[in-house]
Design a protein around this ligand. Structure first.
Ligand SMILES: Nc1nc2c(ncn2[C@@H]2O[C@H](COP(=O)(O)OP(=O)(O)OP(=O)(O)O)[C@@H](O)[C@H]2O)c(=O)[nH]1
Ligand SMILES: [Mg+2]
Length: 362
């Protein structure tokens, strides 16, 4: 799972990337304008895994992971003629977008539009994403029309008609200045669109860097930005970056001295994980306690497949207990004695936080 960090030039993307990934990339008051892409893999902070690990004392503990990609700023006008190159590649291959918006003034940090205005800035970047999509959709419509005009195979023509109707719907949406992620698409339609690299279709997490002021998500409510599959969260960018770069014990002392329970970016990482429509189940044992990522709604046999295709193929039953019940019981043996381990079949819909032992036969 990859999340691309986007935003205007100099909107503090690299600062947020460093905060999320404990990175040490150079940040600068003047936009670098460079098009290289940096990626880093991050463990999703999850108290459940920590406590399961304390219960089982495994040799290895494995968290769920998300990859973040830091890219160059999307300046106003970049999409004219279509976004291209490594920039477009990285964004279009990502599962979601983390859109960094500057919500603080600092005379030492110039703003590409003169001054900070989060509502305007979000609209500019959204506009670039939608323009890029519009160009793709228009090209596709032209192709489909040409193919239909040529005639030929009836079955192929019927397929083209269906796709043309879908593309026309996307076109109308973009024409009205609305992102594609607002559309109600059937699973088959989502699948058909998967390889077009449509950017405004991707779920978006807007991170407001509020600078040195107290972080307040409500700040953005003023923008009246109502879109589906969109989440907003505020963050003190530079502070979080410095915290992330401190040795662990020092950071803990620092947080404690401010009475803060956990760094704000843990929440951002978790939000980006749920935004992707994923959640976790756990496997436990002396060897390893591990979080596995599956789509919300996945069944027991699909969960088995996330662990290993052999386990899915030879699936017999899933032995399941919810995390809270296991925690209350104190151990698997105690949970078994209380009759709390359920046997579920292949079509059981796995719940977030389920602890699962697969029975299989290969
Ligand atoms: N005052 C203040 N400055 C910040 C904060 N966060 C980031 N900055 C500064 O903002 C400037 C730009 O930050 P970057 O993270 O390099 O911005 P960017 O979006 O990656 O820039 P480009 O990649 O060049 O487009 C740097 O000088 C940072 O030190 C903050 O919370 N407060
Ligand atoms: Mg940068």
């Amino acid at each position: 799972m990859q999340i691309a960090i986007i935003g205007l030039p100099n909107s503090t993307k690299t600062t947020v990337f460093n905060a999320l990934t404990r990175g040490e990339l150079a940040t600068s008051a003047y936009s670098s304008g460079q098009f290289e892409v940096h990626t880093a893999v991050v463990e999703v902070p999850d108290g459940h895994i920590g406590r399961l690990s304390a219960m089982f004392r495994p040799r290895k503990t494995t968290y769920a992971k998300v990859t973040y990609a830091d890219i160059a700023g999307l300046a106003k006008g970049v999409s004219q003629g279509g976004l291209s190159g490594p920039l477009l590649n990285t964004i279009s291959q990502s599962d979601a977008l983390l859109h960094v918006v500057r919500a603080f003034e600092d005379p030492g940090v110039p703003h590409s539009e003169g001054h900070a205005d989060p509502c305007r800035d979000v609209a500019i970047v959204d506009g670039e994403l939608m323009l890029s999509d519009l160009i793709i959709v228009e090209r596709r419509i032209e192709r489909l029309r040409a193919a239909l005009k040529r005639g030929g195979d009836k079955q192929a023509a019927a397929g083209h008609e269906v796709e043309l109707a879908l593309m026309n719907r996307l076109h109308a949406q973009l024409d009205a200045g609305q992102p594609l992620r607002d559309l109600d698409l059937a699973p088959a339609e989502e699948k058909a669109l998967r390889n077009f690299g449509l950017l405004s279709l991707k779920p978006m997490l807007i991170v407001l860097n509020v600078g040195d002021a107290a972080a307040d998500d409500a700040l953005f409510a003023l923008c009246d930005y109502q879109h589906r599959r969109t989440t907003v969260a505020a963050l003190q960018g530079r502070l979080e970056m410095e915290l992330a770069q401190m040795p662990f014990a020092e950071a803990a002392d620092f947080l404690a001295s401010y009475g803060i329970v956990e760094p704000g970016l843990n929440r951002i990482i978790r939000l980006s994980y749920t935004l992707l429509g994923r959640h976790s189940f756990f496997t436990v044992g002396e060897d390893e306690v591990r979080a596995w990522t599956i789509p919300v709604g996945a069944t027991a046999v699909e969960a088995a497949g996330a662990v290993h295709s052999d386990i899915a193929r030879g699936f017999i039953r899933a032995e399941v207990i919810g995390y809270e019940a296991l925690r209350a019981a104190g151990s698997l043996a105690a949970a078994r004695a209380r009759g709390q381990m359920r046997l579920e079949g292949r079509d059981y819909v796995v719940q977030d936080g389920d602890v699962i032992n697969f029975r299989f036969n290969v």
